[in-house]
Design a protein around this ligand. Structure first.
Ligand code: ADP
Ligand code: MG
Length: 765
């Protein structure tokens, strides 16, 4: 704004200048007009005089001739007179026109006039400059005058001093002469005086006195002469110095004169140059003005022609403009109409989309329901209770030599069969699936994935890791940081599934961690981990169980889970036994609860995923435990056999399921009964030294699995279901009764995997 203000100010100043110029021009123009009118008046005057003369001539001729010739001449003259009168009238008219023009449209911005004014200004400037130069010249003249005056003075002074000097010289020479004369006279005198002295000496004392006086006088005179001589010398020196000064002054005068001469010449030159410059500038300006004038005239002509051509264009433009105006006036109506129709179309389209959308949503829901049912059916077909086996690789901790040799082999055709070499005899087992040592965590999880999905659909799921200490339970459930186990993978899958359904469903995932040690339930995430928790029936009458005071963490990301796990690990009770340095003597439970709410229908689902890392299943005698260790082992054995009992009862569909026999089964009651899914992952070590424990675990696994048979065989199995203690005793003499191998199927039954699938299909109706 400031900049534009300044700019405007500048423009204003410029305009004012222009105005002044124009006013000047106007004055000049007025002068011109005035002179022209004066001239015209003079013409008129002369014409009038001529007319008078003619009239006189006519009358003279008329009087002279009185004849026809004279009359002819008179007629001629009268015509001439008339013409002249008309001419005069025209002149007067022109004059009037000019006056009027001047009054009406004073020439305002004729460039020629502008140029003229500018030139005049230049001229005046040049004149001013000339004036200045002249003033300077006068100043210089004055200076010269002063200098000459001073010179004259100096000369005068010099003359005076010369005259003085001459006088002095003369005086001095006169005195010199006098002195010389005196000296001469004195020189001539001594003889006399000596003589007199002599005579006087002889004569009298008076004469002696006179002699003395004379002598002193003589001395005085001699002194005087010396002084005079000195004065003379000084005078001579003075004379010399004054002569020098004179020469100097003369040189100065010469110099001044030369300078004066030069200044004068310079001044003259400058004046001449200025004069020339002035003339040149005037000429140039004049010529330029003429050229510009011509150009302006040409421009004017061009503008005139332009104007002529522009008029038709203007006419067409006006026409166009009018038609456009009409169109603009009609436009709002048109627009409104179009808008109305468009709106109607759009709303109709929206309506259509809406209905299709609703239809699609309905179909989608039905499909979703169907998928859920199908998935459940699939899981059920696979078996609501399944038993997997996993063989860990031989590790460094197994040591070397025959003790660490591999005792487990697999069937290349059937991934559900494994062979154990125990005490020189090969025993075969059939489970739902067997994972060899090289099976990765991912492969294991792929088999578990369907269960996790079921959990989102609202089913309860239990996954157990069973086996002796060091067989890889913790590895399968938790895994390592680089290669996580089922825990993390399940949660990750849950997160991604939940995210995929976020458009329709609101899901909250909470995590609890607990452990059961010596039949006491403890919260691993609570503030007081030593506190024993109780399992109670829900007061709402739903028959569900819950644990008051069990901490639940809401998790939303993998980072959250890691934090929860770290927190839980610290509190896990682990003790050293001679079987494994970090043998876990308690059951660790990770309970993941998935609560979903369908936003559109308000339907709520709750699914529970229980991941249980069971305590080591090894027998007490072997671990060499005593006292509290022994009690621990007894509790573990009891709870494991109770778990076996429960699963057995479930798979054989018994009326009574002994959930209450241990804390573990009681806690997991909801997740084991009804439409829940259970997976038992039996971990075994392939090492030769562990074969008896491996045999035990595999027997447990096969017994759990083989329960699910037809009603007849189930009964038969029912009779042969042993307790955990019996199982242990059994394993010591296992060579005699090698469990349920392939070979022991009844003859009517099909062997292998196909047979088991068919059995499942039959039982599921
Ligand atoms: P448990 O929990 O049954 O006592 P761990 O899970 O602690 O046994 O396993 C004992 C050791 O064997 C660990 O060092 C573990 O890393 C290793 N291990 C177990 N299973 C596997 C496997 N499938 N692959 C590689 N190492 C394994
Ligand atoms: Mg462990």
């Amino acid at each position: 704004v400031m900049a534009s203000m300044a700019h405007l100010q500048k423009e204003k100043l410029q305009l004012q200048e222009e105005l002044l110029e124009l006013q000047e021009k106007l004055a000049a123009r007025e002068n011109d007009e005035l002179s022209l009118s004066l001239q015209l008046q003079g013409q008129v005057e002369t014409l009038k005089a001529k007319l008078l003369e003619q009239a006189q001539e006519i009358s003279r001729l008329r009087s002279e001739l009185g004849g026809t010739d004279a009359e002819k001449h008179r007629d001629l003259l009268a015509a001439e007179n008339e013409r002249l009168r008309q001419e005069m009238k025209a002149c007067e008219g022109e004059l009037r026109e000019l006056r009027r023009q001047q009054q009406q449209a004073p020439c305002r911005d004729c460039p020629h006039l502008q140029e003229n004014a500018r030139l005049q200004e230049q001229l005046s400037q040049l004149q001013r400059e000339a004036e200045e130069t002249r003033a300077k010249l006068v100043e210089l003249d004055l200076e010269v005058q002063q200098k000459t005056n001073r010179l004259a003075e100096v000369e005068l002074r010099l003359k005076d001093s010369l005259a003085e000097r001459a006088e002095e010289e003369e005086r001095l020479s006169r005195r010199l002469r006098d002195s010389q004369e005196t000296i001469a006279s004195l020189k001539s005198q001594p003889q006399q005086i000596k003589y007199i002295i002599k005579t006087v000496e002889v004569e009298s004392a008076k004469a002696k006195q006179t002699l003395c006086e004379t002598q002193s006088r003589n001395q005085y005179l001699q002194e005087q002469v010396g002084m005079q001589r000195q004065v003379l010398k000084e005078m001579e020196q003075q004379l010399q110095s004054s002569q020098k000064t004179e020469a100097q002054l003369r040189a100065q005068i010469m110099m001044y004169e030369a300078e004066l001469e030069r200044a004068h010449g310079q001044m003259l030159e400058e004046m001449q140059a200025m004069e020339e410059e002035k003339n040149h500038a005037i000429e140039e300006a004049f010529s330029r003005a003429q050229v510009e004038m011509k150009a302006v005239h040409e421009n004017l002509a061009g503008v005139r022609t332009n104007l002529l051509t522009l008029q038709p264009a203007l006419r067409t433009l006006t026409h166009d403009y009018n038609s456009l105006k009409r169109q603009v006036r009609d436009f709002p109506l048109l627009l409104q109409e179009t808008l109305r129709s468009a709106r109607a179309e759009i709303s109709q389209a929206i309506e259509e989309v809406h209905t299709t959308n609703r239809e699609l949503l309905r179909k989608y829901r039905r499909e979703l329901q169907l998928r859920k049912k199908c998935h459940n059916e699939l899981v059920r077909l696979k078996g609501n209770i399944r038993v997997f086996g996993r063989v860990r690789p031989i590790t460094k901790e197994d040591g070397e030599g025959p003790e660490a040799a591999n005792a487990v082999t697999f069937d290349t055709d059937d991934d559900a069969v494994l062979h154990l070499l125990h005490k020189g005899k090969q025993v075969s087992f059939e489970l739902d699936k067997v994972f060899p040592p090289q099976a990765s965590q991912e492969e294991v999880f792929q088999e578990v994935q369907a269960l996790v999905t079921s959990c989102i659909d609202g089913y309860n799921v239990c996954i157990f890791a069973y086996g002796q200490t060091g067989a890889g339970k913790t590895y399968t459930m938790e895994g390592t940081a680089a290669n996580p186990g089922i825990n993390q993978r399940a949660l990750q899958l849950l997160f991604s599934e939940v995210r995929g359904k976020a458009a329709d469903w609101d899901y909250t995932i909470t995590v609890s961690a607990a452990e059961i040690y010596n039949e006491a339930l403890r919260d691993l995430l609570g503030k007081e981990p030593q506190e024993k928790l109780e399992i109670k029936l829900c007061p709402d009458g739903s028959g569900q169980l819950y644990v008051p005071g069990l901490t639940e963490f809401r998790v939303q990301s993998v980072e959250d889970i890691n934090k929860v796990f770290e927190f839980g690990h610290v509190k896990r009770v682990t003790e050293c036994t001679n079987l494994n340095e970090h043998s876990s003597r308690s059951h660790a439970l990770l309970i993941i609860t998935v609560r979903g709410l369908d936003r559109s229908t308000g339907l709520r689902t709750t699914g529970k995923l229980n991941l249980v890392d069971l305590a080591g299943s090894e027998r007490v005698g072997r671990s060499g435990a005593e006292g509290s260790r022994l009690r621990e082992a007894q509790h573990i054995n009891k709870s494991l056999s109770a778990l076996g009992d429960v699963i057995y009862a479930l798979r054989s569909r018994q009326g009574h399921v002994p959930f209450r026999n241990s804390k573990l089964t009681y806690l997991l009651q909801d997740s084991l009964s009804g439409d829940s899914k259970t997976l038992m992952m039996v971990q075994v070590s392939p090492a030769e030294k562990n074969t008896s424990e491996t045999l035990c675990s595999l027997k447990f696994a096969e017994r759990v699995r083989s329960v699910e048979l037809g009603p007849v065989s189930r009964k038969a199995e029912l009779a042969s279901w042993p307790s955990q203690e019996q199982l242990e005793g059994d394993s010591s003499g296992s060579a005699a009764t090698p469990g349920r191998g392939h070979t022991s199927h009844s003859p009517g039954q099909l062997s292998g995997r196909t047979a088991s699938i068919r059995r499942k299909l039959q039982t599921s109706g």
